[in-house]
Design a protein around this ligand. Sequence first.
Ligand SMILES: Nc1ncnc2c1ncn2[C@@H]1O[C@H](COP(=O)(O)OP(=O)(O)O)[C@@H](O)[C@H]1O
Ligand SMILES: [Mg+2]
Length: 369
Amino acid sequence: MTVPGISAEPPEALRPHAEDAFAEELKALAAADDRPRPARWRLSPWAVATYLLGGVLPDGSVITPKYVGPRRIIEVAVTTLATDRALLLLGVPGTAKTWVSEHLAAAVSGDSTLLVQGTAGTAEEAVRYGWNYARLLAHGPSREALVPSPVMRAMAEGMTARVEELTRIPADVQDSLITVLSEKTLPIPELGEEVQAVRGFNLIATANDRDRGVNELSSALRRRFNTVVLPLPGTPEQEVEIVARRVDQIGRSLELPPAPDAVAEIRRVVTVFRELREGVTADGRTKLKSPSGTLSTAEAISVITGGLALAAHFGDGVLRAGDVAAGILGAVVRDPAADRTVWQEYLETVVRERDGWQDFYRACREVSR
Ligand SMILES: Nc1ncnc2c1ncn2[C@@H]1O[C@H](COP(=O)(O)OP(=O)(O)O)[C@@H](O)[C@H]1O
Ligand SMILES: [Mg+2]
C-alpha cells in the first residue's frame, strides 16, 4: 500500500518480513531445488523444510536454521500445508509458533503478510470481507466495494493465510473459518457470488496452550486442522543456541557492536529460566517454586538483548551480570508479592552457593533492593 509522502519501500524497515530478510536464502533454495513443487508453491516441501531447519546447498550456499528443534515437527508441518488440512501450531508462549508460521508462509508462498491477528475483538470482516462504505453507498454492493480479508485474498490467489492466536477469537467468528476450511469457499450473499479457493491456498493458525478454555476451539473447527505442538527447547544447549542466534540477529539489526563472550551470560540466564520453569535445579537436587510468568526462550532473548544494549551504551561492551540482572528480575517478578518471595528464595538458596556465580548474586541483590 502506498501512503502519500511515504516511500512505498522504506530502505530499512525496522523489522523486515521474513521473505525480505532472507530473500537471498530463498533465492538460493529455489535455484537448487529440483524436486516437485505443489501448485503455486515457491519451493518443494523439502526446500521449505531446509529453509526452516538450515543446511548447506550443493553450490555451497549456507541456509541458516530458523527453527531449532526436532526435525520431524517441521516435516509434519510442511507436509500438512501440502494437503487439504490446515495447520495449527500449538504450544506455550515463546515456543516460536509465530516465528515458524511466518517463515513457513514466506517459504511456501513468498509472502508472510496475509495475516489476521486474533483478539477478543476480532470481527468477522477480518476473516471474511468488509465493505468500503463510500463505494457501497455511491454504487451499491459490488466487487469494487468489497474489502477482502487476508484469508479471502489468500484463497483467491492460492497463497498461505495466517491466523494468530486463534483461540482468542470469539467463537462465532471462529465458526466462519469452518466453511473456508471444509468447503474451500467463501460465499458473498450480498452479491450472490462466492470466492473459491485456488489450489495452493492453505492456512496456518497459532494458539497458546495457556489460553485453552478462553475460547475452546469447536470440535468442528478442530477437525479441519492438523495440530503440531511446538515443545520448549529439550536441552539447555539447544536453548543457549537459540538465544545466541536470535540475539546475534537482533543485535545486528539494532547496530549493537558484537559482544565477545556473551555466551557465558546467555548460559546463565538460560539456566536460571530453566530451573525456575521446571521447579528444580539443573543437578536435580533442590526443589524450587516456580514464578507465575512464563520464562520462555523468547523472554531470555529479550533479557540478553536488553543487557547487550546496556553494555554497549553504558558499559565497556562486555556483557556482565550487572547488565542482565534487572532484566531477569523484571521477567521473573510479575506478581509483586508471590514472585518476589520465589525469587528471593532462589537467590539465597541456589545462586548464592553456586561456584562462580558471586558476581551474579551481587548484581541481583543490588537490583532487588
Ligand atoms: N525452538 C526455537 N527455534 C528458534 N527460535 C526460537 C525457538 N523457540 C523460541 N524461539 C525464538 O523465540 C522468539 C519468540 O517466538 P514467538 O514465535 O513469538 O513465540 P510464540 O508465538 O510461540 O509465543 C522468536 O524470536 C524465536 O526466534
Ligand atoms: Mg505468538
